[in-house]
Design a binder for this molecule. Structure first.
Ligand code: NDP
Length: 255
C-alpha cells in the first residue's frame, strides 16, 4: 500500500452520499469509490449516470431512492445500507436546494422548504447515520455540505433562506462534533464557493456578473476540486479534525 493510500484510502469502507445523482454529489461519489469505498447514492430522481460512471471506473455503488426531509425514508435507506454492507463509515451529507429571491418575494413556505432540505435534511441523515455508527462502534466521519454563504452575506445574491440554512449547517456540525466525539464519530462541514453544477447553471446571469469580480482566481470552481477535501475529511488522515468548516472558494472576497 502506498503512503497516500495509507493516509487517504477507503478500502473496505462504506459511504453514503446524498444528492449523488448529479452535480457535486456525483463527482464526490465517484471520488470516494475511486478511493476504495462502496458508495450508496441517495436522492429522489435516480442515479443511473453516477452508477454507470462508477462502474466504468471499476468501483462499487448502488442507489437508494429517498427524500432527505423524510425521517422514515432516511431510516429505511440507512437500514438498507446496513443489511447490504453491514457497516456505514462515511456520510457526505450533500443534498441541497437554493431559491434566489429577495426576502419580500420569499414566502414563509419557501423559507421553510429550503431550511427543511438543507438543514433539517442534514440533521435527519446525520442522526440516522450517527445512530448506526454508535450501535456498531464504528468511528465514522460525517461531512455536512455547507457553503461560503453560511459565513458571509453575498450581495446582491438575495437568498436569506439559503444563507440561514447553511449557517445552521456549520453550527449543527460543531454541535454534533462535540456531542459525538466520545463515540469516535467526527463531524465536519465543507464550504465551497461557486462551483459549476446544474444548481449554479440556474443562477441568474446578473448575479454571476456581480460576484465574478469578487473571485480572485477569476473562475468558478469545478466539483472535482472538492474531492481532495472530502477524501481528507472522510479518511483517517483527518483523525484529529472534527467540528471544522473547510472552505474551498478560490479566495473569494466579499467586502
Ligand atoms: P445540484 O442541484 O446539482 O444537486 C443537488 C442534489 O441534491 C441532486 O442530486 C438532488 O437530487 C438532491 N436533492 C435535492 N433535494 C433533495 C431531497 N429533498 N432529498 C434527497 N435529495 C435531494 O446541486 P449542487 O451539486 O450544486 O449542490 C450540492 C450541494 O452543494 C448543495 O447542498 C448545495 O447547497 C451545496 N453547494 C453548492 C454550491 C455551488 O456553487 N454549486 C456552492 C456551495 C454549496 P433529486 O432532485 O433527484 O433528489
Amino acid at each position: 500500500m502506498s503512503y497516500l493510500e495509507e493516509l487517504f484510502g477507503l478500502t473496505g469502507k462504506v459511504a453514503l452520499v446524498t444528492g449523488g445523482g448529479r452535480g457535486i454529489g456525483q463527482v464526490v461519489a465517484r471520488g470516494l469509490a475511486k478511493a476504495g469505498a462502496e458508495v450508496a447514492i441517495v436522492c429522489r430522481s435516480g442515479a443511473e449516470e453516477t452508477l454507470s460512471l462508477i462502474a466504468g471506473d471499476g468501483g462499487k455503488a448502488f442507489y437508494i431512492a429517498a427524500d432527505v426531509t423524510s425521517e422514515e425514508e432516511v431510516d429505511r435507506a440507512v437500514a438498507q445500507i446496513l443489511s447490504r454492507c453491514g457497516r456505514l463509515d462515511v456520510v457526505f451529507n450533500n443534498a441541497g436546494i437554493c431559491m434566489h429571491q429577495s426576502t419580500m418575494e420569499m414566502t414563509p413556505a419557501d423559507f421553510r422548504q429550503v431550511v427543511d432540505v438543507n438543514l433539517t435534511g442534514e440533521f435527519i441523515v446525520a442522526r440516522a447515520a450517527g445512530r448506526a455508527m454508535m450501535e456498531r462502534h464504528l468511528h465514522g466521519s460525517i461531512i455536512n455540505m455547507a457553503s461560503m454563504s453560511g459565513s458571509i452575506v453575498n450581495t446582491p445574491q438575495w437568498q436569506c433562506s439559503y444563507n440561514a440554512s447553511k449557517a445552521g449547517v456549520i453550527h449543527l456540525t460543531r454541535s454534533l462534533a462535540a456531542e459525538w466525539a466520545d463515540y469516535g464519530i467526527r463531524v465536519n462541514s465543507l464550504s465551497p464557493g461557486y462551483i459549476a453544477t446544474p444548481m449554479s447553471v440556474d443562477t441568474p446571469q446578473e448575479l454571476k456578473d456581480a460576484w465574478m469580480p469578487l473571485i480572485p482566481m477569476h473562475r468558478m470552481g469545478k466539483p472535482e476540486e472538492l474531492v481532495p477535501a472530502v477524501l481528507y475529511l472522510a479518511s483517517d488522515a483527518s483523525g484529529y479534525t472534527s467540528g471544522s468548516d473547510v472552505l474551498v472558494d478560490g479566495a473569494y472576497c466579499c467586502l
